[in-house]
Each structure stands twice: as structure tokens, then as C-alpha cells.
Design a protein around this ligand. Structure first.
Ligand SMILES: [Zn+2]
Length: 164
């Protein structure tokens, strides 16, 4: 049962395991917690989850799942500007968004228009669990991946299997 919760997609995460080593992993989906599950369409109260949540610890580096251009570096929460998201648009126009990821490259921060290749480091995973941590409710750390096409949210797992 739990094997089905592997994301089964090519998301590259560099773990800070050793300074000179990069470990690429395919993360599992976030395990269900007090705030919901990580799969596409999971319940979010009256809404449905519009992406997937690969499990990742703060500090892990997310690599781009596709080649494209950085088109937005945004803020998921108006009341806490420390959290960021990065949007990469591919040539077809589909937009790939990574939430709770601080954009970074070797020189500092990406700019809008920066071209990136598949697997290029995009950013560092943030501690989203800290935002939701209370005495009685906990969240498992993850980043959120969503795909938008003409305003519609697509299932990232299906979408990725269609990318060459
Ligand atoms: Zn999510």
C-alpha cells in the first residue's frame, strides 16, 4: 500500500549528506498528517489538493524536473514572506511551480528569464512544518509541486510521464 505513495517521478534532491557528495533520490509522497495527504486531489477541507507533495527535509536541494525558463519567484503566504515559490515555464507554456523552495544558484538568486536545464539545482527546501506546528497538530516536511496549463491544474505525476 505505502509503495504506491512513492512519487514515481524524477525529482532530484541533493541531500546534505556529505560536502562533496550529491545523492539523487526519488522522494516518497509526504505521509498523511494532521493537515492532509500529499497526493493530487487529496482533501483540503472544501478544496482539493492541486499538486503533489514530495517528502523532503529542509535544506535539501531540489533539481528542476524539466528544462525551461524561470518566470516567477513568488510568495505563497502574504503574512510570511520568508516562504517562497519558484515557477519554471516550459516551451509549451505549461508552468511548473515548486512551493516552499528558496531559489538559489551558485551565484545567489536566480533572476526572471534564467534558462535552466533538467536536473539543474533550483532551490533549497524550506521548513514548511514549522509554519503549521502547534501543540496538537503537526505537518510532515515536504515541498509542493504543481503544474498549470491555461489556468487548470494538472496531475504532476501524469504530466511528468508525458514529458520526453
Ligand atoms: Zn501540496
Amino acid at each position: 500500500m505505502y509503495a504506491e505513495t512513492y512519487t514515481n517521478i524524477v525529482v532530484y534532491v541533493e541531500t546534505p549528506f556529505h560536502e562533496t557528495q550529491i545523492m539523487f533520490i526519488i522522494p516518497k509522497l509526504r505521509e498523511p498528517d494532521d493537515f492532509g495527504a500529499g497526493y493530487f486531489g487529496a482533501s483540503r477541507g472544501k478544496r482539493k489538493h492541486n499538486g503533489i507533495d514530495p517528502a523532503a527535509e529542509p535544506g535539501a536541494i531540489v533539481g528542476s524536473i524539466v528544462a525551461g525558463v524561470i518566470t516567477k519567484i513568488g510568495y505563497p503566504y502574504g503574512d510570511d514572506l520568508s516562504y517562497r515559490y519558484v515557477e519554471v515555464t516550459i516551451p509549451s507554456g505549461d508552468r511548473v511551480r515548486y512551493f516552499y523552495v528558496v531559489p538559489t544558484d551558485d551565484c545567489g538568486t536566480f533572476e526572471i528569464g534564467t534558462e535552466i536545464e533538467k536536473c539543474d539545482p533550483l532551490g533549497v527546501v524550506q521548513d514548511i512544518a514549522a509554519r503549521y506546528d502547534t501543540d496538537d497538530k503537526k505537518m510532515n516536511n515536504h515541498f509542493h509541486l504543481e503544474i498549470k496549463r491555461n489556468g487548470e491544474y494538472l496531475n504532476p505525476t501524469d504530466w511528468l510521464s508525458e514529458q520526453s
